[in-house]
Write a protein that binds this ligand. Structure first.
Ligand SMILES: Nc1ncnc2c1ncn2[C@@H]1O[C@H](COP(=O)(O)OP(=O)(O)OP(=O)(O)O)[C@@H](O)[C@H]1O
Ligand SMILES: [Mg+2]
Length: 327
């Protein structure tokens, strides 16, 4: 499917801070985790926006804020043109019909005491989409078949399935309400490498079939290449580069994108051997005390005086490519 021209989701200047308690004499200093700061992006109907960055960079927090599972400290979130930043709990619940989350760990996210049928049917009953068990059985059977699970899967418990199959259950449950937008938070990271491609392919097929829009979170660039139309790279709570997929892989601008890319294996052994791995030494910044200037300064091989004092804005470098770097 070619992505449509109007954004389904618009995120403007989003910041999410968490209160991390107090320290110091009489607890006078308040600690704040700057999980996400000043993040803006659009997700267009029918597209997959990949969101990539290392652990702790704020990817899940961004995804959860978009779904209104954590409150935004600043900024706004629009869904289908409607401002959903401050809607109440009841409205968030109603919205969950259109926006769903697929989790990283399919085992932790499925209630071990419920049969697969109940897990998948629950949202259907909660949102009043089915009225009786017969309708539910029909709907669940269709969903399970569509995600590639055996017909008798509904009668079994989560522990009876492999990791890949459990993720298929998670996908069936997310699909049950026929949402338009899905945040897939590292949906294949916990899976065996050999079955990752199967699950990614399934998500891609479902996107075409149901006209889905994805925010697809991952921590390496290898996983999102196949499925993403555009990719946003996050570092320490900020988007440092956002570009069309091919531009990210063929001509990355930000030094952090280049480092991430150098870690992606190339399936051609001579090319792979000839390639240099970019290792960014140094520590990422403390999320409770982010530095002035560029957040990548402590690890950037090209750091300049200006990077320590002035924060680089996300600016256009080529049509379809923006990066936040003073180089
Ligand atoms: N509820 C919370 N309370 C306090 N701090 C939090 C909370 N949730 C997340 N954080 C902090 O916010 C930052 C971003 O976390 P987040 O989970 O969004 O990162 P991530 O990019 O998804 O990482 P990972 O790849 O490990 O899943 C981290 O420093 C994390 O410790
Ligand atoms: Mg995460």
């Amino acid at each position: 499917m070619t992505p449509a021209a109007s954004p389904l989701v618009q995120v403007k200047d989003l910041s999410v801070f968490f209160d991390a308690g107090r320290v110091g004499f009489w607890g006078r200093k308040r600690l704040t985790v700057h999980a996400v700061e000043g993040v803006s992006f659009d997700v267009y109907a029918g597209e997959t926006l990949g969101l990539v960055g290392e652990s702790g960079s704020g990817k899940s927090t961004t995804g959860r804020a978009v779904l209104r599972r954590v409150p935004a400290t600043r900024g706004s979130i629009h869904f289908q043109g409607r401002d959903i930043t401050h809607i109440d709990r009841e409205q968030v619940r109603a919205l969950s019909k259109h926006m769903q989350l697929i989790f990283q760990d399919p085992f932790a996210s499925l209630n071990p005491r419920l049969k697969i049928f109940d897990i998948v049917a629950e949202p259907l009953f909660v949102h009043g989409l089915v009225k009786n068990m017969r309708d539910a059985a029909e709907a669940v059977a269709m969903l399970l078949e569509r995600v590639g699970l055996p017909p008798d899967a509904g009668a079994r418990y989560p522990h009876a399935f492999s990791g890949g199959q459990r993720q298929r259950v998670g996908i069936a449950r997310a699909l049950a309400l026929k949402p338009r937008f899905i945040v897939a938070d590292e949906p294949v990271s916990a899976l065996d490498v050999s079955i990752r491609a199967q699950v990614v392919n399934l998500l891609q097929d479902l996107q075409v079939e149901f006209g889905l829009t994805y925010l697809f979170i991952a921590h390496d660039l290898a996983v999102v290449r196949h499925i993403s139309h555009r990719i946003a790279i996050m570092y320490a709570g900020k988007i440092v580069e956002l570009a069309d997929r091919d531009l990210i892989y063929d001509s990355p601008v930000h030094p952090y994108t280049k480092a991430l890319l150098s870690a992606v294996p190339i399936p051609d052994p001579p090319v792979q051997r000839a390639r240099k791995r970019i290792i960014c030494a140094g520590e990422p910044p403390n999320p409770m005390d982010p530095p002035l200037g560029c957040r990548f300064q402590s690890r950037c091989p090209h750091v300049m005086h200006r990077c320590r004092w002035e924060e680089p804005p996300l600016t256009e470098r080529a049509p379809g490519q923006r990066a936040a770097c003073w180089l």
